[in-house]
Design a protein around this ligand. Structure first.
Ligand SMILES: [Zn+2]
Length: 182
């Protein structure tokens, strides 16, 4: 019998999906338990869990490619786990970066505001020590804060950085830091 004449349920079975009653099957692409997550018609099949989609033609094509032996299944699960792990790491990195950008932006804004007030005060009271202090603090820290912010945001042609930072460079710095803390 040629593949082209096989029905959807026959194709699914050949692809290693266990049929569950009418119009339902277990997914072989999902990791972990995935009982009856695939729903299918005569034409198309779709897994609600992993969003695997196929029609009779694509399954027929895949049949020659998708191995369903335990070792291949294990390898697919392993790959899916690695991808999930990688996504989690990226999310943690983004959280770290966003929180630092927020922190240093606020700091810079507050320093700038104090410096602006200090400038006004010094016009009237040139001997006001706290105003001189606020101004000095701003001048002293402005460069460093801008440098950090440009580094975190990968600003292009930053006057504060010797060379532009890259998101990959940032990621590696962050990764190294956490690995060392571990
Ligand atoms: Zn699935």
């Amino acid at each position: 019998m040629s593949i082209a004449t096989l029905s959807m349920s026959e194709l699914l079975e050949r692809a290693g999906l266990r049929l569950r009653g009418k119009r339902r099957a277990d997914c072989v692409y999902c990791t972990g338990h995935s009982t009856a997550t695939v729903s299918y018609t005569d034409e198309v099949a779709h897994c609600f869990r992993c969003q695997w989609k196929a029609n009779t033609a694509t399954i027929a094509k895949e049949l020659g490619l998708v191995a369903t032996d335990p070792e291949s299944k294990r390898r697919r699960r392993e790959e899916a786990r690695e991808i999930a792990e990688y996504r989690k790491t990226i999310a943690r990195f983004e959280t770290w970066r966003d929180s630092l950008i927020g922190k240093y932006s606020t700091e810079l804004r507050q320093l700038g505001r104090s410096a602006a007030i200090a400038t006004e005060v010094l016009k009237k009271y040139p001997d006001c020590e706290p105003a001189w202090d606020a101004l000095a603090r701003y001048c002293h820290q402005e460069g460093e804060l801008n440098r950090i912010l440009d580094w975190l945001t990968c600003a292009k042609a930053s006057p504060w950085l010797e060379e532009d930072s890259t998101i990959l460079g940032l990621f590696q710095t962050w990764k190294k830091e956490i690995d060392e803390k571990r």
